[in-house]
Design a protein around this ligand. Sequence first.
Ligand SMILES: Cc1ncc(COP(=O)(O)O)c(C=O)c1O
Length: 382
Amino acid sequence: MPLSCQRDRFDIPEDVAYLNSAYMSPLPRSVYEAGRDGLARKLHPWEIGGSDFFDPVEALRERFGRLVGDGDGEGTAIIPSASYGIGIAAQAVSVPPGRRIVVLAGQFPSNVYPWRAVAERDGGSVHTVERPADGDWTAAVLSTIDETVAVVAVPPCHWSDGSRVDVQAVGEATRRVGATFVIDGIQWIGAAPFDVTEIRPDYVIGAAYKWLFGPYSICYLWMAPDRRDGEPLEYGWQERARSDDFARLVDYTDELRPGARRFDVGEASNFALTPAAIAGLDFVAELGIEAIAHYCADLTERLLEGAEAIGLVVAPEHLRSAHLSGLVLPDGLDPDEVGRHLHDAGVYVSVRGTSIRVSTHVYNTTDDVDRLLGVLTEVVAR
Ligand SMILES: Cc1ncc(COP(=O)(O)O)c(C=O)c1O
């Protein structure tokens, strides 16, 4: 059954065409209510018990694990940001002189700065794959992977325009040379199918606040089974074995909790945000990833057909994402100025480099897309 528009579950006024989930999604009302109720719990701290520090985090872990095809939460750590997760991966690898870390040109900085630091620390180098003229990132990445590569750290789609990287193919090539595969899935997971059992990455990051309908400051780090005994970034107490026995916290132990739990950020049991993040993942699970992806794809198709008709350049179908697109303006048009026109007309998108970045989601309507196209038609005709 195709998904119907979910706008009535959000608080989006009719005159707002918000096509910018890649920036941050609006909260569904159910998520807002879960967060509000979560925050309210601290009005009565005497009602917050020991299990409240652990059970909701387990529920969150499990939902993300299931979303990425892992079946349970054992492989998922709760972290605050992409950069924190990349930091964990960066700590686990070694990139000595002569070895390389592969990233894309213009990749999001949280997945670049930590790798520069690793290169500095270990003596290796960061290899930036330049944006290919034909738009085929996958071929460009594959052509650089050889025995000198120690880490491949790329996303399933470029954050600036949704141009695709086939992480399945890149994963296979990465495994062949024994390198570590790190995926920043923040602009993908929640909007399109993603299965760790097929892609077999070492580390994968998802964020609550974009395509998973959750609050800011909660991210997820899934890691492969053979990575789960690595060093955490912090040496917190909640990550220790038997930390749920509050009466014996100072019976210090070096034993860590099983699975990826040792990598949780300190105070991962955030009483306000955790219920909201759970509600966000439940919203995604209720709608279903395939249905979400189809809904986004239909709107994107309408958008790109219309954009091409007025002279904007878009990526060919096999190289683009269904939920996130870059519209390249004709020469002479200033993207920032076009962005301002759109904003004034109540159409919200992002300007990234030389393109207008548009994301479609389940609260968008064909009317939102047509309003965007209407403003673009006007500015192109001027
Ligand atoms: C691809 C990608 N990764 C990461 C982030 C955010 O990184 P962090 O959680 O470190 O702020 C963004 C934000 O737009 C992004 O687009």
